[in-house]
Design a protein around this ligand. Structure first.
Ligand code: MG
Length: 383
């Protein structure tokens, strides 16, 4: 049995990954991690009996220590990095949220483990470093993100030179039809029509920054120029993405919107395992597709700008700015529409550079973080 580590096991992707492990009984779950949700972690430890766990917030690690004396309990972000490098690990699912996912991705590849990646930030922040390293180490990164899993599946067995473009589908989020962004509350922004996800990604779906990050993620994952990556609004979330080929054929991946399907694919590819979440296609009715509104959702424009002006490494800037802006919005320090303002100003004001190594990335993140926090304080203060 393959020995599996699930980073971020108490989040939505983490729980779904463990459900696939539970249903298939094909993995030995040896490692789990959480940030602070030790209640959920304790339940998972009881069920999966891992050899080691990591609690990132050290204060919360104590609760787990009191309860499981036999278990190896790591702490802090260093603990995550230590976990993925252990010799008794074969496969890592990185379902961490945000910048915190970068170093674990990096060290998973360094130590040549199989990697299923749900943390898109790793590629948005440091796509070139991660991809170069994966190539050098001969490690394949399998995406868990539903859109990228779909594209991966559509590209399987095809020739790259036959690809005309990648078509990323987007639900459009809760505000696709909304005209006035002035009065959007946190609760409204947190209610996604189709997917049940963590808070950060739900807000990112509402601003469509999530789709912007997915454009950048697709560019790095599939080594496709940004001009060949399109976004189309598909509000039913049944077509998870598609690939158009030079002859005009479009191949799409269609399934229920249940993350366990792309997770199982990432864990078992190229094989498929039997799952009960089948789509009754006859009951779907109509599927709709339309162009996104770039003026209403400039987040898409920012993403294309980041890829167009590659030398400025704006993916890193966008990611840091978005992480801080979203948490300020969730803490009700800024308004929903201020997120767009902060992102726009950030890509205008800050310029990062192609990092030379992973330490350089960390330093650039810190540097941008300080600048963006100032910006947020200014905007939040004038509310
Ligand atoms: Mg996605």
């Amino acid at each position: 049995m393959q020995r599996l580590v699930v980073l971020g096991s108490t989040g939505s992707i983490g729980k779904n990954t463990l459900d696939i492990a539970r249903r298939t009984q094909k993995f030995d779950v040896v490692g789990l991690s959480c940030f602070r949700d030790t209640d959920a972690l304790i339940e998972q430890i009881d069920e999966f009996k891992p050899k080691f766990v990591c609690v990132v917030d050290r204060e919360f690690a104590k609760r787990v220590k009191q309860r499981f004396h036999y278990l190896e309990i790591l702490e802090g972000k260093d603990g995550l990095v230590e976990m993925v490098q252990r010799n008794d690990v074969d496969f890592v699912v990185n379902a961490l949220v945000g910048t915190a996912g970068l170093l674990p991705t990096y060290y998973t590849i360094i130590s040549k483990k199989k990697l299923a990646l749900a943390n898109k930030e790793s590629l948005v922040i440091a796509g070139k470093i991660i991809k170069d390293l994966a190539k050098a180490k001969n490690v394949e990164i399998t995406p868990i993100d539903s859109e990228h899993s779909a594209i991966y599946q559509c590209l399987e067995g095809r020739r790259k030179e036959d690809v005309e473009k990648l078509i990323l589908t987007a639900s459009g989020g809760p505000f696709f039809k909304r005209k006035d962004f002035d009065s959007i509350t946190v609760d409204e922004a947190l209610s996604h029509p189709n997917w049940n996800m963590g808070k950060k990604i739900t807000i990112d779906s509402a601003t469509m920054m999530n789709k912007g990050f997915e454009i950048i993620e697709a560019h790095w994952l599939f080594d496709i120029p940004y001009k060949k990556i399109d976004v189309v609004i598909h509000k039913e979330s049944i077509v998870h993405s598609a690939v158009e080929f030079v002859d005009g054929s479009i191949i799409a991946q269609i399934a229920n919107h249940d993350m366990r399907i792309p997770i199982a694919y990432a864990l078992f590819k190229p094989k498929r395992v039997s799952l009960p979440f089948k789509l009754d296609i006859a009951s779907v009715g109509n599927l709709s597709f339309e162009k996104p509104d770039f003026r209403k959702f400039p987040t898409l424009t920012f993403a294309y700008k980041a890829l167009r002006e590659e030398k400025k490494n704006l993916g890193l800037v966008l990611n840091v700015a978005d992480e801080l802006a979203v948490s300020a919005f969730l803490e009700r320090k800024i308004r929903f529409k201020d997120i767009f303002v902060i992102l726009e100003k950030s890509v205008e004001m800050f310029e990062s550079k192609i990092p030379s190594d992973i330490l350089d990335v960390e330093q650039q993140i810190e540097w941008v973080r300080i600048g963006v926090l100032e910006l947020i304080n200014k905007i939040g203060g004038s509310k």
